[in-house]
Design a protein around this ligand. Structure first.
Ligand SMILES: C[S@@+](CC[C@H](N)C(=O)[O-])C[C@H]1O[C@@H](n2cnc3c(N)ncnc32)[C@H](O)[C@@H]1O
Length: 300
């Protein structure tokens, strides 16, 4: 599953982390929740959340895991992982509960991964890549989850081999990747609108790889040595309901396109966007995001 698309840089992910934590991860975590439900994480000792982003479900996992169990999370973007840490600190300090998404940059900057507050709950955060898990020992984890990362990395084989290595015999893998392009409107409608309204001349391929079916995923896991594969697809609608704070959904690519456009072009773009959102609302149509899921086991 080698890919030729251009991926976001670490800097892009760092810059995107505030919006991602505040607005986007609420949508994508639906898939992560499904993975967790399938993997019975409440019963195990060591859990790894690979490419955890801003750790949207980590409070839930900390509450539901066994007290002595360890939750490890890492991401390529330090700003993402620090946001996961800042959220956890708020949660543990029971401060401003209900506003876990509204982190200040100061809170984020102050996060120290070695903080005693994290050690007490067996919560371990770090910066790293799914393609190189050398920070973890062989056969360390009961569960490896990776939600929406494999489609945006350069070498999926390497990532899968590393996942296999760090899992215990009998350990479980759970990953999700983007599904069929036509069923992932939420991911590309803004770029498509930018083309339609003349802000963008050509369709650039970028940001990730869509899958037509689950064959590649199954082959990849089987080749790596995983058994008892379960694969399915699932759709989650993005909660794009109005123009209120619509900029929160603008990813780095759209921001660059808008920044390079004239005021007149931007006005046309915004007007078309408003019409599109209103039409979707009128028809009760979702902004769909489809994923392929894979659950598999390392042989005992
Ligand atoms: C779509 S987000 C998914 C985040 C999280 N898993 C979730 O469920 O919301 C993709 C994440 O992958 C991270 N990422 C990109 N390349 C990575 C890599 N090679 N290793 C680890 N994380 C990576 C990004 O920084 C970003 O946080």
């Amino acid at each position: 599953m080698q890919s030729d698309v251009v991926f976001r840089t670490v800097q892009n992910w760092d810059d995107y982390s505030d919006k991602y934590a505040r607005r986007i991860q609420k949508n994508t975590s639906v898939f992560c929740m499904t993975l967790l439900n399938m993997l019975h994480y409440e019963e195990v000792e060591n859990i790894l959340d690979a490419g955890c982003g801003a750790g949207y479900l980590h409070q839930l996992m900390i509450n539901q895991k066994k007290v002595e169990a360890h939750l490890y999370g890492f991401d390529l973007s330090s700003q993402m992982v620090k946001r996961a840490g800042a959220r956890m600190k708020r949660f543990l300090n029971q401060e401003k509960i209900g506003s876990l998404d509204l982190l200040t940059q100061e809170e984020v900057d102050l996060v120290n991964f070695d903080d005693e507050i994290f050690k007490k709950i067996n919560y371990h955060l770090s910066v790293g890549s799914v393609e190189d898990l050398s920070q973890y020992q062989n056969e360390m984890f009961d569960i490896y989850i990776c939600n929406l990362v494999y489609q945006i990395i350069g070498n999926q084989e390497k990532a899968m081999i590393e996942a296999f290595r760090v899992l215990k015999p009998g350990g479980k893998l759970g990953i999700t990747v983007w599904g069929r392009r036509e069923n992932c409107v939420a991911l590309w409608f803004l770029k498509e609108l930018a083309i339609k309204t003349g802000l963008l001349k050509i369709r650039m391929q970028g940001g990730g790889k869509f899958l037509q079916n689950s064959d590649e995923l199954i082959q990849l896991a089987t080749k790596t040595g995983f058994i008892n594969l379960v694969c399915w697809q699932q759709m989650a609608p993005f909660d794009i309901l109005s123009m209120n704070k619509i900029e929160d959904f603008f990813n780095p690519e759209i921001e660059v396109i808008l920044a390079g456009s004239t005021q007149e072009q931007q006005d046309i773009f915004y007007k078309s966007l408003e019409k599109m959102i209103n039409d979707y609302k009128k028809e009760n149509k979702p902004f769909p995001f489809e994923c392929y899921f894979l659950i598999a086991e390392k042989p005992k």
